[in-house]
Each structure stands twice: as structure tokens, then as C-alpha cells.
Design a protein. Structure first.
Lengths: 476, 97
């Protein structure tokens, strides 16, 4: 019974709590017990609220236990961003998404592990410890929101929040066998999200099915006056509008997303799901995104430039680590940063400083911004002949810890299918589409036009409904 | 293009990262590989293409110019490594007269 409570959908937990069949305290306790038992193996959490105050017995997420990526500001515990430089940092205000979750009745369980400052695709770059994939503990859960993905996959939380700058929600969702949704840029307020690359960052939910992801989206989405980039208007009732017959839906298959480098088993699982929709009379359209091969290069220039600027705030003056007994101001800042940041963060700050330096900015940063326009135009053109795009979320299933850490470029290429959505501001979702013979989850990605978050969720739900996969739980 | 150690030292100073030459030598080949990879963008024709810096093309979002509460000073100073009264404290940067 109690473990069933752990794998119950959010909407059913909320219904039970609202009708007083189950108490929010009981639901919270079941999850805290599971965290105590299983998280020493998975290491999804950086901090756990042992006495998590149960959410209100009313609201759309009444009593639903939720985990938060540790780059979302909260008042009850440190917000570390997975970095030693913020080990003791206590945010003076709460992220808008956290306030909205609480107002909807959710129980906050704790904060989850991530690659330091969300820079990575495996959660191995955390300044604390790597997180492991619940389906195979020798493998990574994906990243950077790997802790949030693993927590939901392992039944340690019913839903969680992550942030997606180049795929950091969708890629770990695929590798960990859960649903991960990256909304249109600006759809969810970023107030209280520690910035990585401000023109790319977006917060979104993880859940075990698309219906739960839609439910959480309705709660966290909508305009926020505290984030000038948040889009006007409230969010629709995504869950209420989710079921839509795929008949007549035009599904574009970008040929570049099925080219060399894609694992054959992942490809077959993705294609089987698309064929299932075709049987329901969805229309398959071949499209081209010729700039795909330049997506990663464009992304890394834009990301490094924005990240090196955003991370300039860690100066040892206002908050965060300060070196002991510095001789002067420059030494204080330079030593504090060198001691506090990990190797990947230092590399990206140096790359950002390089592409923004006055003699290089035209050749690198300004040029990348122009290529970014060409990438957005690719998508605009593709959407003239289709309603959504579908393909794999990641070229492979989960890889082993350490497998890609010697070569940062090979790790960057994990994001080849996901960075386009961030560069162009599109909504995207990763939906589980089965398991490889080795027992590892594979994810199908749906991308939609800017602002068509509902269309993407509906298409993702159609994939889930038509595949109707038997529910599986990782054996822990 | 080859990334020289002297160039890397200068970048590290600009980025305020106190890294020894040995650290920079360790970073150099990886950074060099990434720069060579992103150099592929130089082959593309981007003549006349307007840059895209923000996917939603929102500009100059304003709010009414009305006072509202800000962060109290104590909260703003709570995480500071060193304070002096109501101020952030740093090492002396001007010699005493």
C-alpha cells in the first residue's frame, strides 16, 4: 500500500488529499521514508526536509510531494547550484515557481543535485557527488537536472522541477525514463532561478506521465511581474485540454535527427512510437533542419558568453565563498573564484571571456547570434509543413559514469537534438518510448512552435496513450 | 588558432580566476579543442542576417514607476563574507594617507 502511494500520479494524490482519503502528512512520510532507504544509492538529493511541512489539503497539487533542482531559490535550506562557491548560501527570497507550488498545496521535499551551475549533461559535474540512474546505478541519470529526473523515476518524489538551458530537462528525462517538459521561453517565471544563460534558461516539470507534467505546468506557468522576460497572460488548464485525437496531426521528422550518431535501438523505439500515431491517422512529413550540425557550436558560444557574464557576480563580496586573508581586491575575487568553481565552470568562463573579448567578439559571439537566427528560421520553415516535430531526445540511452568525462566535446554532443529548442525559444517535451534490450529507457522528443505549449503536451500525451507501455519501476 | 599560455593567462585575469600555469596548461588542450570545434561557424555565410539575442523579441518591458518594498539591508548582508556596519567589507584598495 505505502509503495503504491509512492508511485501514484500527482492528480490522484491531490484528489485523495482533497477528499481526505489520505493525509498530506502520510504522503510526505512515505516519500521521506523512501528517500531514507534508497537515496544513499541514487544520491538524487542535496538536501532533504526531514520535517517537510505537508502541503495544504486544497489546491490542484494538494499534498503532492515535489523536489526542486538546487538552483531554485528557497528560504528553508541552502541554494547551492551544485557548487562549492555557494555551499552555505541562503537565498533571501523564494523563486516564484516555489511560491506557486506551495500555494497549490504541494509538499516540498528538498533540493536535488545538478551539474555545477547547470553546466553538464550527466550530473557528474556536481561539486558534491554524482547522481546515479535508478534503472542502472553504474550509469548517469543525464543532466544537468539529473537529481530531479532520478528522484521522480525512483518514486522518491511525485514530480519535480528542473531548468533547461540546452536540454537539461529533456535529456535527463529521456535517460531516466520520465517525462520532462521545457516550456516556450518566457512561459514560466525565472524569478529566483539562479541564472546560467539568460536568453536560453527555462524552468519546467518532471513527472511520470504527461498528465502530471501538464498539471504542474498549469500551476507554475503564467506571467510574473518579477520577471521582465515572462510572457503576458495566464496559463490554460493544460490537463483539462490534454486529450486530443492525433488524426490529421502533421508530424515532421527532421532527417538530421535520424542521421549518423543515433543509436539504432533508440531510433527503432522512437520510430515505433511514431508509427503508432500514424496508425491513428497522423500524417508523417519529412522535413529538414540543415543548421542542426551547427547547433552545438552556436549554443556553446552563446552559452559561454552569457554564463561568463552571469557568473561574474560570484566575487567573494556579496555572498558565497571568500578566500582566506587575501592581499587585495583582485586577489580576493580571483582566489575566491578559483577555489569555489569546479573545472567545467572554469572552462566555460574562460571560453565565454574569449568569445566576448574585444578582438574576438565579432568572429565568435556576434557571428553565433546570427547563426542562431538561421537556426530559428530553419524551425519556422519546418513548421510551415507540420504541426509538431518528433525525434529522439538523446542520441543514446544512459551512459556509464566516467565514460565521457575525459572529453567534454563528446558530452556536449549529447545535446545535439535539444539545443535547437533553446536557441529558438520553442517548447519541447521528452516522453518515454520504451526500453533498450539492456533495460535502459529511451525518450521521444516533441518540439512545437513558440507558444504552442499545449500542442506539444497534447502530442506527447498522444504518444504516451498510443504506446500504452506497461508501468515499470526500477528495482532498487 | 593556437591558444598560447600567455593569452590564457590574460583571459584568466580578465575572468578573475587565479589559476597557476600548471592549471592553465591542463585546461589548454580542452579549451583549444572546443575553440576549434566552434570555429566551424566561420565557414557559414551570415552576411545581412540580423542577430537573434532573445527568442521572444520582447523589448523594453516596463512596470509602473511606483515604489514597492525592496530587500531589507539585513537580508542583503546576511550572506556577506565580511561586513562593516551596514556595508559589505573588502580588503583596503586605497592606501591610508
Amino acid at each position: 500500500m505505502t509503495d503504491d502511494l509512492a508511485f501514484l500520479p500527482a492528480r490522484e494524490i491531490a484528489e485523495r488529499v482533497r477528499t481526505r482519503k489520505t493525509s498530506a502528512a502520510e504522503v510526505a512520510q512515505v516519500h521521506l521514508d523512501r528517500i531514507r532507504r534508497f537515496d544513499p544509492k541514487i544520491k538524487a538529493f542535496l538536501s532533504v526536509r526531514q520535517n517537510a511541512s505537508p502541503g495544504a489539503p486544497a489546491g490542484p497539487l494538494a499534498g503532492v510531494p515535489v523536489a526542486l533542482k538546487d538552483n531554485l531559490c528557497t528560504l528553508e535550506e541552502p541554494t547551492t547550484c551544485g557548487s562549492k562557491i555557494l555551499e552555505t548560501y541562503r537565498a533571501p527570497y523564494e523563486a516564484t515557481v516555489v511560491s506557486r507550488l506551495r500555494a497549490a498545496g504541494a509538499t516540498i521535499l528538498g533540493k536535488t543535485n545538478l551539474d555545477e551551475f547547470a553546466m553538464g549533461s550527466s550530473t557528474e559535474n556536481s561539486g558534491y557527488f554524482p547522481t546515479r540512474n535508478p534503472w542502472d546505478l553504474s550509469r548517469v541519470p543525464g543532466g544537468s537536472s539529473g537529481g530531479s529526473a532520478a528522484a521522480v523515476a525512483a518514486g522518491l518524489a511525485t514530480a519535480s522541477l528542473g531548468s533547461d538551458t540546452g536540454g537539461s530537462i529533456r535529456e535527463p528525462a529521456a535517460l531516466s525514463g520520465v517525462v520532462g517538459f521545457k516550456p516556450t521561453y518566457g512561459r514560466v517565471s525565472r524569478h529566483g532561478l539562479v541564472a546560467l544563460a539568460s536568453s536560453l534558461d527555462q524552468i519546467g516539470p518532471f513527472a511520470r506521465d504527461v498528465q502530471d507534467a501538464a498539471l504542474v505546468m498549469s500551476v507554475i506557468g503564467g506571467h510574473d511581474p518579477l520577471d521582465a522576460t515572462s510572457l503576458p497572460g495566464a496559463t490554460p488548464d493544460y490537463l483539462g485540454k490534454l486529450e486530443r485525437d492525433p488524426k490529421g496531426l502533421r508530424i515532421g521528422l527532421p532527417k538530421e535527427y535520424f542521421a549518423d550518431g543515433l543509436d539504432a535501438e533508440v531510433r527503432d523505439l522512437v520510430m515505433a512510437a511514431i508509427r503508432a500515431l500514424e496508425k491513428r491517422r497522423a500524417k508523417i512529413v519529412d522535413v529538414a533542419l540543415p543548421m542542426t550540425e551547427h547547433g552545438i557550436a552556436t549554443y556553446y558560444v552563446v552559452l559561454a558568453a552569457e554564463a561568463s557574464s552571469n557568473l561574474a557576480r560570484y566575487d567573494g563580496v556579496h555572498y558565497g565563498h571568500r578566500t582566506k586573508a587575501p592581499a587585495g581586491l583582485i586577489e580576493m575575487t580571483s582566489k575566491s573564484r578559483a577555489e569555489g568553481f569546479g573545472p567545467e565552470v572554469k572552462r566555460r568562463i574562460l571560453l565565454g571571456t574569449f568569445v566576448l573579448s574585444s578582438d574576438r567578439i565579432d568572429a565568435y559571439y556576434h557571428r553565433a547570434q546570427k547563426v542562431r537566427r538561421l537556426i530559428a528560421r530553419d524551425f519556422e520553415k519546418a513548421f510551415e509543413s507540420c504541426d509538431v516535430l518528433m525525434g529522439p531526445t538523446s542520441p543514446t540511452a544512459a551512459f556509464k559514469l566516467g565514460e565521457k568525462s575525459a572529453d567534454p566535446l563528446s558530452l556536449y554532443l549529447c545535446d545535439v537534438y535539444t539545443v535547437g529548442a533553446n536557441l529558438a525559444g520553442l517548447p519541447g517535451i521528452s516522453v518515454p518510448c520504451g526500453f533498450t534490450k539492456g533495460g535502459l529507457p529511451a525518450g521521444l522528443q516533441v518540439l512545437g512552435r513558440p507558444l504552442d505549449d499545449l500542442g506539444v503536451l497534447q502530442a506527447g500525451r498522444a504518444v504516451e496513450r498510443e504506446l500504452n507501455l506497461a508501468p515499470q519501476r526500477p528495482s532498487l | 588558432m593556437a591558444l598560447e599560455l600567455s593569452h590564457l593567462r590574460h583571459l584568466a585575469l580578465l575572468a578573475r580566476l587565479d589559476l597557476a600555469d600548471a592549471d592553465l596548461e591542463a585546461i589548454r588542450p580542452r579549451l583549444q579543442a572546443i575553440i576549434e570545434y566552434v570555429d566551424q561557424l566561420k565557414k557559414l555565410d551570415v552576411e545581412g542576417v540580423p542577430p537573434l539575442d532573445n527568442a521572444v523579441d520582447l523589448t523594453n518591458v516596463r512596470r509602473p514607476d511606483e515604489p514597492r518594498p525592496g530587500l531589507p539591508a539585513e537580508a542583503a548582508l546576511a550572506n556577506a563574507p565580511a561586513v562593516a556596519g551596514p556595508y559589505f567589507a573588502v580588503p583596503r584598495i586605497i592606501d591610508a594617507p
